[in-house]
Design a protein. Sequence first.
Length: 369
Amino acid sequence: MRLLLILILALCGCTQKNTVITPNGKSLSYKLDNGVKVFHLTAEPVKQEFAPGLVINAWGYNGSTPGPTIEAVEGDRVRIIVSNKLPEPTTIHWHGILVPNNMDGVAGLTQAPIEPGSNFVYEFSLKQHGTYMYHPQYDKVTQIGMGMMGFFIIHPKEPLGPPVDRDFAIFLHEWYVPPGASTPDPMLMTDFNYATFNGRVFPGTEALVVKKNDRVRIRFANLSMNNHPIHLHGHAFSVVARGGWRLPEAARYFGSTIDVAAGNTCDIEFVADETGDWALQSQKTLLSVNGIGHNIPNMIGVNEEDLVEKLKNIFPDYVPVGTTGLGAMFDGRHRDLKRPPNFLPYGSPGPYGVIDMGGMFTILKVLQI
């Protein structure tokens, strides 16, 4: 059993200290050219699996949304070669990073857009450390709405504070994918029906695996339309950074929920001193449900018994849903409910029945090793 747990940690990338673990994602490799770290990013359409049974047509970088995490060290000089395989122009803005004006990536202001089939080279020295982001600064409504974003994490040149044993990065985003469709609608501003951690929804989200008494950091980033209050069960964490900048000791505070504002990043740290499987989730209830419709009449308390058989004579597939709440949809009582293609069923098996969660939900697994 001990060897199995160690193998789980290894497969999750958790044996590598001083590197960032992007659950369901990866860090971008680089090559050195006379001391410059050279990265390659390709902006392109991607097929993104939110979870088994749901694959969408998205836009991203290097085959995924969010794109790969860029990691470097304060003081590094980096060169990022961007290739555009989208059907329209694009740029990249290095959100929160202090760069020369001509490297800021704002189409029409600091550079001409990168045309389809063309490349552009960004090169600058890193003057700071912290959790930052990259994203387009051309047709942001479509391109960010379709999933174009990624982490840019700059490690401090000198260690700061107590070292962490596990360092995770989770990007928050929200989508509207019409039932039965595969392409999200980036023009929708409010009525989202899927919310993702690193481009995945539960049960497709990868668990955060740590050992008891590990010091853990979780970095959150948000480029969606809304703020997201993220709640961690079983532990109190300290908010140590916002917007990439490390907070002084006097400005830090403890909590179990962090509100990650749109356009911002937040870092939390805690000691995983309680073993078990602990939920990490959005506290916005409808963002913890996959594919939910928001225009369904409230049928709680309505007695449909006399109508069900009559309605089935006209609509044979009719199933009464919601008269006692949505629990029946989660716990399997409506397994025969027909769903459109490319649509996730509700809930996922857990050790004590169905875990009636989806969307921005994952599990912090604290192992006794």
